[in-house]
Design a protein around this ligand. Sequence first.
Ligand code: SF4
Length: 329
Amino acid sequence: MSPSIEPTQELNAPEPEHCPGPESDLAGKEDACQGCPNQEICSSNTVKGPDPDLPLINARLSQIDHKILVLSGKGGVGKSTFTSMLSWALAADDSLEVGAMDLDICGPSLPRMLGAEGEGVHQSNSGWSPVYVADNLGLMSIGFMLPDPDSAIIWRGAKKNGLIKQFLKDVNWGEHLDYLVVDTPPGTSDEHLAVTTYMKEVGVDGALIVTTPQEVALLDVRKEIDFCRKAGIKILGLVENMSGFVCPNCKGQSQIFKPTTGGGEQLCKDLNLKFLGSVPLDPRIGACCDHGRCFFDEYPDSPATTAILDVVDALRDQVELDMTKLTLE
Ligand code: SF4
């Protein structure tokens, strides 16, 4: 007969890389758990917990109305570019207070895209102050803590988890934020597991998934969707980026990445997800991001501007619809 398991137990060994978190719903079930000395304990959901920092994280994040994770299955689909434009677009509404959190620890690009490269983070008794790139748009990124922008971050899971916890616990966003937009690395890795575990109690509105039209990108998006479903993260919708090309001179559009299997819209139909819209390639988007300028302000007449603002409106509708439903329940 196997020994009975006590109500709470210590782990047999330190959590390995890619651990989903011994107290998470995925504990003992993920690929990283196979062969882990803790698997039996973790599968039993009796690991000693909860994390003593969780109440502090909950208190800090409870002052934020809407929390949105920006995810992509594959790198190179323009996720951080879209995050920066989503942040600019939300902050264009003067009535909103907006925060952007860059959790792409190995490749933080929001400081450059939002025009804050070279800035530093200030620490005070009330926590770490974000860098304000507009009166109502604050940014926090590990990019602010690197000695130079070319420094490589070579960290294992536990250290990444520690930094993410500190960002969630110690960044002082002020008395109230309407939106916190969280940029994550591509794929489903330590950062995703950490952020979903630490934000589980306070809750996130959901995830916005960014893809490009080709099947090679959609293959990875399906994995991301599966991750969200396993981790209990609502998918607010999907946006197809680089969906056609807009010539900056004649404004004509052409397909560069052809959607061989129907693209993001068909995927959403197949999986019963909200399709938020398509954003065409416009080379001036890249130039604006490189120089930390707001694309909408610089090129308000670009078809890409209209498309991005339509996606942001659809996203806000989705978030606010969910709030209305919650209020009525
Ligand atoms: S079994 Fe899974 S959840 Fe538990 S410590 Fe190992 S990797 Fe982490």
